[in-house]
Design a protein around this ligand. Structure first.
Ligand code: TXA
Ligand code: MG
Length: 344
């Protein structure tokens, strides 16, 4: 089947008039990839069922995977959710605007296609000045999943978006590289107790400090059973997977380097920490310092894309520590590895 390609307008947020142009495209029911502090998002009017349906088409996203709705002030919430639970108010005060998404009971104004038929909706108030300016200018809540093709690593730069979405969306606007680098932390207030559905820059430790008890969805760290029902539909899909076969290695630096060097060969790559590259006898792609989980988060998706471009066939990825922001990096990498882990 041949897909109809459309003209994609490219903008730079630094240029005068670009924010307004993108806001107008969104007001007219169009799709635009926009920068946020976590990753780039593919935005459309969250109240427009047809525009939201087009997001799914452009990404090749399964229809049962709901979208996150982005706002730029607290007043917008009242049109989107039924009520704001106490815990969500507390977190909003501390972490909004920022890389945190909260799931609450949806209002009737949110079309079923946006929430994929769920009675709840995910909401985020991003801190990125360009994202906020576009929401403000359009005066619309914007539904936006990550602006990648379904299954590939989330985009953290304008170039990543162009690579994935050129000819599939109305506009892409450059706002520089995303500084957080992994998608927002997702916490659900849709059930009895708050549940962490996806780890991110706002850590589990920080959430527990505000709320006390926070459950962790088992899909964060474990592979789901075939047909298993999950709280967050996105968790069941294959994600971030490079074309190469990736194995996650849990080991200290010395053991990791020894193991990889013993398995050196054609097409073998190491996805490693900065400090390890020069001691490895294979091609390397680094994803930050061993000692900085924030740096690892910032670079992980670009590193996964570089692995793909390099033509690697076999990748040994050094596992980050699964604490703090590291839990988010670990969660993405274990999916990129299809849950193939070796513990040394
Ligand atoms: O940082 C981010 O969150 C980025 C930027 C663009 O804001 N967005 C993003 O969206 O990562 P996406 O669609 O790639 O991931 C959204 C995740 C999916 O796993 C989806 O299943 C889950 O959020 N989700 C959305 N609404 C939900 C709901 N009502 N209940 C449970 N999970 C939900
Ligand atoms: Mg995504």
């Amino acid at each position: 089947m041949t897909k109809k390609r459309m003209e994609t307008l490219l903008f730079d947020a630094k240029n005068e008039g670009s924010i307004e142009a993108v806001a107008n495209i969104l007001k007219n029911g169009g799709l635009a990839a926009i920068p946020t502090e976590t990753v780039y998002g593919l935005a459309a009017n969250a109240f427009d069922a047809e525009a939201c349906a087009n997001i799914f088409k452009a990404k090749g996203r399964p229809g049962d995977n709901p979208l996150i709705v982005h706002i730029c002030n607290m007043e917008m919430l009242s049109d989107i959710v039924e009520e704001v639970p106490e815990g969500a108010k507390k977190l909003a005060e501390k972490y909004w605007p920022g890389p945190l998404t909260m799931i609450m009971k949806k209002s009737e104004k949110i079309p079923d296609v946006t929430s994929a038929g769920l009675p709840s909706v995910a909401v985020r108030f991003p801190s990125h000045p360009v994202a906020r300016a576009i929401i403000e200018k359009s005066k619309l809540p914007l539904a936006a999943p990550s602006a990648n093709l379904s299954g590939s690593p989330s985009p953290t730069t304008f170039e990543h978006c162009v690579h994935d979405l050129m000819g599939r969306v109305d506009a892409i606007i450059d706002g520089g590289a995303s500084s957080v680098g992994v998608e927002s932390t997702i916490i659900s207030f849709a059930g009895e107790k708050p549940v962490l559905l996806r780890p991110g820059y706002v850590t589990l430790e920080q959430l527990r400090e505000e709320l006390g008890e926070v459950e962790v969805s088992h899909a964060v760290l474990e592979k789901l059973e075939e047909g298993e029902k999950v709280l967050s539909p996105g968790m069941k899909y294959k994600h971030y997977a490079p074309k190469a076969k990736v194995t996650l290695i849990k080991a200290d630096s010395e053991e990791y380097i020894k193991y990889v060097n013993e398995h050196a060969g054609e097409g073998v790559f190491a996805l490693c920490f900065d400090e390890e590259a020069e001691k490895l006898n294979v091609s390397t792609v680094c994803y930050g310092s061993e000692f900085s989980d924030a740096q690892q988060a910032e670079h992980i998706f670009d590193a996964l894309r570089k692995i793909d471009e390099s033509g690697a066939e076999r990748v040994f990825a050094h596992s980050p520590k699964a604490t703090g922001i590291g839990l988010a990096v670990y969660n993405r990498l274990i999916r990129a590895a299809g849950f193939d882990v070796i513990e040394l």
